[in-house]
Ligand binder design. Structure first.
Ligand SMILES: Nc1ncnc2c1ncn2[C@@H]1O[C@H](COP(=O)(O)OP(=O)(O)OP(=O)(O)O)[C@@H](O)[C@H]1O
Length: 686
């Protein structure tokens, strides 16, 4: 059996659904190694069609093409890839070199696709290039070479994997006669080494150098002229050692993508810059959200005693207690006034706000023994402090010099207050009260003047009107804290004073706020979680902080989402640019396919490119965001004394990740288009 056998080969090109063009008609041929065959014929006779079929670029045919006994028409993709890598080398009329790769890289391309190690690749390519007289041109780009040199590079590329068959389509068609002769010498030498060389030519002169001339006319072989064989000689263009072929590695794909990107540097810098704007905006929005959040939380927690957690009754806990019928509800007596006023501020008035501030304001549910026992049992709770707070819509008043001053917020003092809550004067003792600055201002014109003055406090407690006369010991301020005490007129007295006030009116205090003291600050969060877990409301400062955080998070995500729209714009930009790149590189894609690149490899090269664009955009976006945050923070700090853009490594990482993912997704479509290109059409593309 001949090395290459063609039996009853017919090729039909579909024209319409019902019509097809019969391009090759019952072709019967057989070739041996060492032959230099010229296929000649009129334009349109079917030469290229035959070559494409022999080279495995087109597998749609009737009949048989047997190479070394194997029918290439029945090859699966993997076998066809191996066939292209190991058995066939192509030489094209227009050279089809990859413009952005060096001469050396053009020649090693086939081996790169086979994942042959770089040292072997270079050594083998240099060996072949040297034999073809291109020793001094390894690092040049194709456009720096003459036509003859380009064709020699293309020949080197075809030879480097030491194939059995070389298919050359008009190899001298673009060369002058002197250069043509040099190239023909080389082609003849190749055949002399025992390879089968089949070339298409229009030139009589070229045909005359071959050992066989096959003439084709209207798809039929009309003449097959055998001429004297070439003198076989050993070893020129023989590759010493062959290596097992694998597939294009990820790193090789990245390198190829990088080389291409370098070629179109300014374009890629512009796309990356475009993409980076979206990433930068998202990171800045997240940083701003975090900055504002941090600022608010810090401000709210500034004076809060970290040891103390707060619990209030809710309807849920109340009904739970009621359901436990066996639990006898005994109103709690007032605890001893805690010593050493010292802890947190800002918060006590805030206790009136809970999960649903409006609803909680009007509720005043007292704790029962079962509740208190339950809270006391929470791990790490060292002691409890029972307290009372209420909120009224103007029914509570302070009377001073015959004038009524309505206030909304009443509470007993606790260790949760700090000295920073006392604007003037001091914490109240037995028979004393604290009032807020605005009230005091209204009463005396100057808040400080109220200290030492007696006022009558009128409270409504569970439907009972309580009154008592007390001395103003100090002026309360909520400081920076956000909460009702910060914005509403308030009155505070000790729990003992409040108990006496109740007793004087025949009532017993029913505490509705419990402060839980942790054994150490680090356990406070666990206690807060346990309080919530048991169904009690926590401190309104915490609740408020959480509500603010939640609201800010929502705003931040909305803003980041709006900024994210620009990511879609950049995704579309990347998509467009990669589509353009596919069109620009159509010939290159054809070459890669012809030398054994799988669809997967092509996809990988393009996806690598979009991956790199995404990575660069992301890094650039992070760098710009970091720079703007730093500058922004310096400016804001100078004006407001605080920083507002809190960028974290997580945001940076998220930004880069988002950029890469979006870019890769955008790259998949053009990459698929590239992978699906028909090699014959791709090679023909101008
Ligand atoms: N994709 C195709 N669809 C339909 N007809 C085609 C297609 N490709 C080629 N043909 C037809 O098949 C015939 C053979 O074309 P082919 O390209 O093989 O000719 P050729 O001998 O190589 O011509 P040339 O020397 O001009 O390159 C022509 O009539 C051509 O119009």
């Amino acid at each position: 059996m001949a090395f290459l056998e063609v039996n009853n080969l017919n090729k039909y090109y579909p024209i319409t659904d019902s019509e097809r063009f019969h391009a090759l008609k019952d072709v019967q041929l057989s070739f041996e190694k060492g032959e230099l065959v010229s296929i000649i014929g009129e334009s349109g006779s079917g030469k290229s069609t035959l070559m494409n079929l022999l080279g495995g670029l087109d597998s749609q045919f009737d009949g048989e093409i047997l190479v070394d006994g194997e029918n290439i028409g029945q090859f699966k993709e993997k076998e066809m890839v191996a066939f292209h890598k190991e058995k066939i080398g192509f030489i094209f009329q227009s050279f089809n070199l990859v413009p952005h790769l060096s001469i050396l890289d053009n020649v090693t391309l086939a081996m790169t696709l086979s994942n042959i190690d770089s040292k072997t690749r270079k050594a083998r390519a240099k060996e072949v290039l040297e034999q073809l007289g291109l020793k001094d041109h390894y690092q040049k780009k194709p456009n720096q070479l003459s036509g003859g040199q380009k064709q020699r590079v293309a020949i080197a590329r075809a030879l480097v994997n030491d194939p059995d068959i070389i298919i050359a389509d008009e190899p001298t068609g673009a060369l002058d006669s002197q250069t043509s002769d040099q190239v023909l010498d080389i082609i003849q030498d190749i055949a002399k080494t025992g390879k089968l060389v089949i070339m298409v030519t229009h030139s009589e002169r070229v045909a005359s150098r071959s050992t066989r001339i096959v003439t084709i006319d209207d798809g039929k072989i009309i003449n097959d002229e055998k001429r004297p064989p070439l003198q076989f000689h050993d070893n020129a263009f023989q590759i010493k050692e062959k290596q097992e072929n694998k597939n294009l590695s990820f790193f090789a794909a990245i390198r190829m993508a990088l080389l291409n990107m370098k070629e179109k540097l300014s374009r890629n810098i512009l796309i990356s810059l475009g993409g980076s704007i979206g990433i930068m905006s998202i990171i800045l929005m997240l940083a701003l959200g975090k900055g504002v959040n941090d600022y608010l939380t810090d401000t709210m927690n500034e004076n809060v005693n970290p040891i103390i957690s707060e619990a209030r009754m809710t309807e849920e806990t109340q009904s739970d207690t009621a359901a436990a019928a066996s639990v006898e509800t005994v109103p709690a007596t007032a605890p001893a006034q805690p010593s050493g006023m010292g802890g947190g501020g800002g918060g006590i008035g805030g206790t009136l706000l809970a999960d649903n501030p409006a609803a909680q304001m009007s509720k005043n549910i007292p704790f029962e023994e079962a509740n208190i026992a339950e809270l006391e049992a929470i791990p790490h709770v060292e002691k409890l402090e029972l307290s009372y707070a209420s909120f009224s819509m103007g029914s509570d008043t302070v009377v001073y010099e015959g004038e009524n001053y309505a206030f909304m917020n009443f509470g007993t003092t606790s260790e949760n207050m700090t000295d920073s809550n006392i604007l003037y004067g001091e914490f109240p003792d037995q028979g004393e009260v604290l009032i807020t600055e605005e009230m005091a201002d209204g009463m005396a014109g100057n808040a400080e003047d109220m200290i030492g003055e007696d006022v009558e406090v009128k409270l409504s407690v569970n439907g009972h009107a309580l009154t008592g006369t007390y001395t103003v010991s100090g002026i309360y301020t909520a400081g920076n804290a956000i909460g009702p005490a910060g914005s509403f007129d308030s009155v505070f007295m000790t729990m003992d004073t409040f108990a006496d006030m109740n007793a004087a009116n025949g009532l017993t205090v029913e505490p509705n706020v419990v402060y839980l003291y942790a054994d150490e600050a680090g356990n406070s969060q666990d206690i807060k979680d346990a309080i919530n877990g048991l169904g009690y409301a926590g401190s309104s400062t915490d609740t408020l902080a959480k509500t603010f955080t939640k609201m800010l998070d929502i705003f931040t995500y909305i803003l980041a989402g709006v900024a994210g729209i620009s990511l879609f714009v950049s995704a579309i930009m990347i998509l467009t640019v990669l589509y353009i790149s596919v069109v620009e590189r159509t010939q290159e894609i054809g070459v890669i396919k012809a030398i054994g690149g799988r669809n997967k490899d092509i996809r990988r090269i393009f996806v690598s490119e979009s991956f790199l664009i995404g990575l660069f955009s992301g890094l650039l976006g992070v760098a710009i965001a970091a720079l703007l945050s730093t500058v922004g923070n310096v400016i804001v700090e100078r004006i407001f004394g605080t920083t507002i853009l809190h960028m974290t490594p997580i945001y940076a990482l998220l930004g880069i990740l988002a950029s890469v993912i979006i870019s890769v997704i955008a790259g998949v479509f053009p990459a698929n288009k590239a992978a699906k290109l028909d090699p014959i059409e791709a090679l023909r593309h101008d």
